[in-house]
Design a protein around this ligand. Sequence first.
Ligand code: ZN
Length: 94
Amino acid sequence: MTDVQTATVLCAECKIALQPVTQQQTEDWFACPTCGTGDTRENVLLEAKDHATELVAHALQDAARNAAKRNKFITFRGQSIPKRSYRFITDVTL
Ligand SMILES: [Zn+2]
C-alpha cells in the first residue's frame, strides 16, 4: 500500500515539496514556497492521498484494459475514471 505519510507531498503546479508555514498560529499549515498554495497538514495529506489512490486506480484500469485488448474473449467495460485536478500530489511512483 502507498503510505502518503512517508512520501513527499509536492505542489501539483510547481512539483516542489511543500514547506511548513510557522506564521499560522491556528494549525499546522503547509504551503508551496514558490506559489504559496497551501492548506492544513490534514487537508494536504488527504488530497495527496486521493491523488495517490487515483494513480493506483488508473494503473489498475490500464492493466485491465491492456489485458482485455490481448484477449478477444474479454471486453473491457470499465468506466474511465475521471481525472480531477489536485493542488497537492506525492512523489510516489508506481
Ligand atoms: Zn506551487
